[in-house]
Design a protein around this ligand. Structure first.
Ligand SMILES: Nc1nc2c(ncn2[C@@H]2O[C@H](COP(=O)(O)OP(=O)(O)OP(=O)(O)O)[C@@H](O)[C@H]2O)c(=O)[nH]1
Ligand SMILES: [Mg+2]
Length: 251
């Protein structure tokens, strides 16, 4: 289990599809806490609990989209829980996980939304685009069709997401080199055309997963600090990330 393991996991059936989704508050029983020494009971007010819970500087909402089976759920599970399972359970509707990371000295809480790739859930999933600050488009390097469809997913972002949303392209399952159908340079060309970053990842081996999520978060942070007129601390050092993204193989 990752030290910053997710706090919430919710199925769409329990989520009201509002665009600025709020995380449900803590249950009432949490408001009354015993002291750690087992002494007097101390009443915690809801506002104090909220303050304690807000142990981050920024909350960024990210969304993963792409064809069914490309590995969106596995990428999120790898990032949030550092885990992988080969069993395929197709996502129903929408779900999310949380992980807090530290970037540029700021604690960034990432609320990562996982969408179902199946066409029948499109109406539900597209309702979540507008609330996202970053959208990760995923294809499977062993599945040509999933790469061709990236154009359609791009179109869907244009139609449904907020203008200026940060985007990132991921070619997942790069541990399966022998079954590769999508050459890396094809995806690089596409990402250049759209002016977005690109990584090949493996949720299985964990290659580039951390780098992909933190790069996107860093780009959002940079954009938001520029917007709010804060001086940023010089150019971002992405050297390490670029280095680790240049190879894609199971070690
Ligand atoms: N070899 C390999 N298999 C992977 C990788 N990522 C996911 N898989 C497998 O691919 C299958 C589908 O993964 P999911 O993460 O459930 O796919 P998804 O994109 O969430 O699919 P939907 O929920 O239907 O949209 C599962 O059997 C995974 O174990 C990877 O990096 N490498
Ligand atoms: Mg899924």
């Amino acid at each position: 289990m990752h030290p910053d393991a997710p706090c919430y996991c919710l199925l769409d059936l329990f989520v009201i599809p509002t665009l600025n989704q709020q995380i449900p508050g803590p249950p009432a029983w949490l408001y009354s806490c015993s002291s750690p020494t087992g002494g007097r009971k101390k009443k915690e007010t809801p506002s104090r609990i909220r303050d304690m819970a807000k142990s981050y500087d920024h909350l960024f909402k990210l969304l993963l989209i792409g064809d069914s089976g490309v590995g969106k759920t596995c990428l999120i599970i790898r990032f949030a829980e550092d885990n992988f399972s080969g069993t395929y359970i197709s996502t129903i509707g929408i779900d999310f996980k949380i992980r807090t990371v530290e970037i540029e000295g700021k604690r960034i809480k990432l609320q990562v939304w996982d969408t179902a790739g199946q066409e029948r859930f499109k109406t539900i999933t597209t309702a979540y685009y507008r609330g996202a600050m970053g959208i990760i488009l995923v294809y499977d390097i062993t599945d040509d069709k999933s790469f061709e469809n990236i154009q359609n997913w791009m179109k869907s972002i244009k139609e449904n997401a907020s203008a200026g949303v940060e985007r990132l392209l991921l070619g997942n399952k790069c541990d399966m080199e022998a079954k590769r159908k999508v050459p890396r340079d094809r995806a690089e060309k596409l990402s250049k055309e759209h002016g977005i970053r690109f990584f090949e990842t493996s949720a299985k081996s964990s290659l580039n997963v951390e780098e992909a999520f933190t790069t996107l978060a860093r780009d959002i942070l940079l954009k938001s600090s520029k917007k709010s007129g804060q001086s940023n601390k010089g150019p971002l050092d992405l050297k390490g990330l670029q280095k680790s993204s240049s190879k894609c193989a199971l070690v």
